[in-house]
Design a protein around this ligand. Sequence first.
Ligand code: EPU
Length: 337
Amino acid sequence: MQIEENKSLKTYNTFGIDCHARYFVSIETIDELKKVLSEKPSAALFILGGGSNMLLTKDLNAFVLHINLKGIEILKETDTEVLVKAMAGENWHEFVQYCIEKDFGGLENLSLIPGNVGTAPIQNIGAYGVELRDTFESCSVLEIETLKETVFTKEECSFGYRNSIFKNEAKGKFIITSVIFRLTKGNHKTSVSYGDIQKNLTDRNINKPTIKAISEAVIAIRQSKLPDPKVLGNSGSFFKNPIVTSEIFKEFKQKFPEAPFYEVSPTEFKIPAGWLIENAGFKGKRFGDAGVHKNQALVLVNYANATGKEIWQLAMDIQKKVKQTTGIFIEPEVNIF
Ligand code: EPU
């Protein structure tokens, strides 16, 4: 375990922003994690996972712990179900691929989401009609203050749309060290109704899709719409899809009858932020090295050397214009530092 000083984080955040960490250490075992925490570093702690859901707008005057705990383990298996534990530092997509190869079902719609297993519960990652909470069993955490290892069950995590207890009451108090998933064997409950999945399967003449076929469909759709962070820096959806009351929605729909929407409940409606941003005229626009992706307006991109401040400025301009044109406030999904 080596503590580095003034370390560039350019390759540790998918936006590719060149900010520096005052101190940086890569953590490979839980004992290392306990050792570092017990020494109570003088600088503030910053827990870094896959760096796929954050925008760095300045150097971090902090002690950065890069959680690099690895390992996948099958805990329990019956004819129909399996409990699989993955350590927090496992790459999310590689873990999903591992499950698909073993024919463990439930995560296929979440293929190709950037980031690591340990940070996935924090924002309850979701795509194509499925969320992490659908297969989440529990996660192990280390309490930063006491170094106590405990478990959070699904109920205790209070999952919501891109939300969990780790963004609220538990924020900054725990480090997730591993996650357990309850997956299906054989009797997969597949979900293909969202967006273009069914179309992709039909185009390939697949009428009884395996979880592998669904994963391939999701990968193809994501690759056609979302930029690969290795090629073009980005953090996936920059904003959350706003959820508005029926009164606000009624007014909005009168003004924009063509806008897509989803009914969340009889009194709540979700409006795609991507549509709002496109409607505000930002899709495909570039300002210096900061821009809005040409195929998905919800994704802000770093063409090469944009600073975090430039991307943040663009995000605020978008937020303002969307509010002016539609009256709707869109809020960032990524964490801003
Ligand atoms: N739309 C536009 N213009 C755009 C983008 C989207 O009009 O530039 C419209 C589409 O036509 C569609 C609607 O908005 O009618 C929804 O678009 P899409 O299905 O692409 O999904 P999204 O709501 O934009 C969400 C997630 C994505 C996830 C997809 C698929 C959020 C904030 N984003 O995007 O998650 O992959 O659904 O399930 O909920 C991420 O979190 O990083 C992410 C990529």
